[in-house]
Design a binder for this molecule. Sequence first.
Ligand code: FES
Length: 294
Amino acid sequence: MWDYTDKVMELFYNPKNQGLLEDDREPGIAVVFGEVGSIACGDALRLHLKIEVNSDKILDSRFQTFGCTSAIASSSALTELIKGLTLDEALKVTNKEIADFLGGLPEAKMHCSVMGQEALEAAIYKYRGIPLAVHEEDEGALVCSCFGISESKIRRVIRENNLTTAEQVTSYVKAGGGCGSCLADIDDLIAAVQRERVVGVQVATGIAATKESQRPLTNVQKIALIQKVLDEEVRPLLIADGGDVELYDVDGDRVQVTLQGACGSCSSSTATLKVAIEAKLQERVNQNLLVEAV
Ligand code: FES
């Protein structure tokens, strides 16, 4: 028997916002749904959103879930969390916030909270006209072929939940829970995220020390800080819009990047570069930086 919190049991027995949303074709209102999982795999969730077009606000949300106690409670929690948020705000809701709303979930059931987060993204991408296939390609290399889980999805869940073992990753996104041949790759990703965290702390410490001594950043510190700003403040926004960016090289004050996915083919990619990336790097790293695509 799983050790569920009272909140999980409350939402399991009396789920809020269960059902579907009909599209009544009200002017200025859009109704859309996103779905993840499959009944054959044991869990499936369809999340419905009612959106006010002008404000991008989620006016209402409902869910239809096929799954266990924690899948139903997580879906219900998600609908409560996102009502009243704009779509951009909703995209920032993490699976950890869903689990926290429930007072926690058993680790082996954390994938239910991840499923909610994915259904939300699927609905918003659908509303924004970003084909799921494009979105999935943008998510990077496939790590777990048994469950179709990409590298970026695994990195994200490690980062957002501070995971330290492959077993935990399996509990959160199922990767590694089939043939097991990807477990070594998952271990490598955990180590890589931990290294990034250490570099981030070193960069933050370096910046504080540099400010104190009024010395300019060294080249190594500058590149590390550019990478950190891209990873933490730029890429999440681009990924949410179906694109992505990678740091290619830094030559003096010239920062070369490659734009990917929707950004690479988008006619407004130059504006994206100037506004979203160059301005952010000038503000956070050095006002002389110039960004160019390669
Ligand atoms: S490839 Fe990941 S479990 Fe088989």
